[in-house]
Design a binder for this molecule. Structure first.
Ligand code: GDP
Length: 459
């Protein structure tokens, strides 16, 4: 970690300012080679964390590259805990790239994705869960998901996990003390006390796991599919929801012209809405791709909004849709209620007895509000208070918790059977290690690399 890394930390494109960032022992020396200050000759004399005005100059030909402000941030009180330099230049593509190039030519190396944050982790400034929260903060799609990520960046998840690890350590200490000091350990071990602690651990892991589904939704969006045969009003529905709630638009390019994906934000719940071509048996190959994709999407969806047109009788295609959504979380819209009904709603209710059915006239914006309320209801039906609670948002963390739960359950089983101490110890230790991989206390190099490679360069 002795080398100095550099990267552009702002997104590249037309913008007011751009920031080139360096971290490492040589940062200030490297900056000195390419910076001419107006009032400061040598950056070593520049005040810590204060902005210094000047120009970036190519020392080869003395050409001015840009007018900048530069900040020298001295270790250890920096993001990476190393010396850092931040150069604030004009935005756009040319100046930032040129400044980065000069830094690289004068001793810095291009940072890998996430390397600044990785250094923050390796130097003890952030634990692993906090580091991962940095990506979530960057990618947050709603206020709520931002809040959860910020809580995690503050260390809320790690603190909770460390509490649990503390109980596990007590269990291990208890077991080891018995092993060390007793002739006949079976007699001396207080199985009851051990079980009590084990149950605490089990309980707390389960509580964290309970938050994971919601956490996934906050992070990735509630994967929602609007389903219905052609002309029932799917596009109209999407537009109606988007009018009020649009967050980020992503059109998926390519041959599947019939499927678009959008992010919307309903009172802090991010929805990733997929609008399908409609389920339809067809000979047309391109459309067939659309239909197969639609099926696949239903299987992956967290929520399905199925739209039916009540101005027409139920068709074969409608039945197909009913079949598809039977066992899924779905809300049924009976649309076009402004037209005379030729639809047997009671029959539909019989076919889908446990589904919420809402009458709509999307064209007149009727029922859309009820739909949004129902989505909120479904999301908040748990007792979870997102604002104050620790929420597990990361799949990696969830997987670790699942493993930890299995291990503590195994150890509880062993305790109840009064098995020998080392049998119990193995499971308790594994559980402790599983949790340690969340905070990063017990994690391997290659997993670390994988985690940080998900970051963008410059973070
Ligand atoms: P999609 O093929 O399922 O996406 O359906 P569209 O949203 O394109 O709607 C098909 C047609 O139905 C359009 O002409 C809409 O204006 C119309 N439509 C949508 N919702 C309603 C409604 O509530 N009442 C009536 N009368 N027409 C509607």
């Amino acid at each position: 970690m002795s080398d100095t890394i550099a990267a552009i930390s702002t997104s590249i494109g037309e913008a007011g300012i751009g920031i080139v960032r360096m971290s490492g022992r040589e940062s200030i020396e490297i900056a000195n080679k390419i910076f001419r200050g107006k009032n400061v000759e040598d950056l070593k004399d520049a005040e810590n964390r204060k902005l210094t005005y000047g120009h970036i100059v190519d020392p080869e030909d003395d050409q001015i590259v840009d007018e900048v402000l530069i900040a020298c941030l001295r270790e250890p009180y920096t993001y990476t805990r190393e010396n850092m330099v931040e150069i604030y230049c004009h935005g756009g593509v040319v100046a930032v790239k040129k400044i980065l190039e000069l830094a690289l030519n004068h001793g810095a190396r291009l940072a890998e994705p996430g390397e600044f944050t990785k250094r923050a982790f390796l130097n003890g400034r952030l634990d692993l869960a906090q580091s991962e929260a940095v990506i979530d903060v960057i990618r947050a799609k709603t206020d709520k998901s931002l809040q959860v990520s910020l809580n995690q960046l503050e260390g809320s998840l790690s603190a909770k996990v460390k509490d649990i690890m503390g109980i596990l350590l007590e269990m291990l200490a208890h077991i080891n003390a018995t092993i060390d000091f007793s002739e006949d350990d079976l007699e001396d071990l207080d199985y009851e006390a051990l079980e009590k602690k084990g149950l605490q651990v089990e309980n707390q892991i389960k509580k964290l796991l309970d938050t994971a589904d919601r956490g996934k939704i906050l992070r990735d969006g509630l994967n929602t599919v609007i389903l219905g045969k052609p002309n029932v009003g799917k596009s109209s529905l999407l537009n109606a929801i988007l009018r009020e709630n649009r967050a980020i638009v992503t059109n998926i390019p390519g041959t599947t012209r019939d499927i678009i994906e959008e992010f919307i934000n309903i009172d802090g719940i991010p929805l990733k809405i997929v609008d399908t071509a409609g389920i339809r048996e067809t000979e047309n190959l391109v459309e067939k791709i659309g239909v197969d994709r639609a099926r696949e999407m239903v299987n992956k969806a967290d929520l399905i909004i199925a739209v039916f047109d009540i101005s027409k009788p139920l068709t074969e295609e409608d039945h197909e849709i009913i079949e598809l959504i039977k066992d899924k979380d779905a809300i049924i819209l009976l649309n076009k209620t402004d037209l005379p009904s030729h639809f047997d709603a009671n029959h539909l209710k019989d076919l889908l007895p446990d589904k919420k059915i809402i009458n709509t006239s999307i064209k007149n914006n009727l029922g859309v509000y009820e739909l949004e309320e129902e989505i909120k209801n479904m999301f908040y039906s748990g007792q979870l208070d997102i604002e104050s609670d620790v929420v597990v948002t990361n799949l990696r963390h969830k997987n670790q918790l699942v493993k930890a739960l299995k291990n503590i359950e195994d150890s509880l089983e062993a305790i109840r059977l009064n098995l020998p101490l080392d049998c119990i110890e193995v499971d308790v230790k594994s559980c402790w290690e599983n949790l340690g991989e969340i905070s990063g206390d017990t994690i391997s190099e290659d997993i670390l690399d994988k985690i940080f490679s998900e970051f963008c360069i410059g973070k």
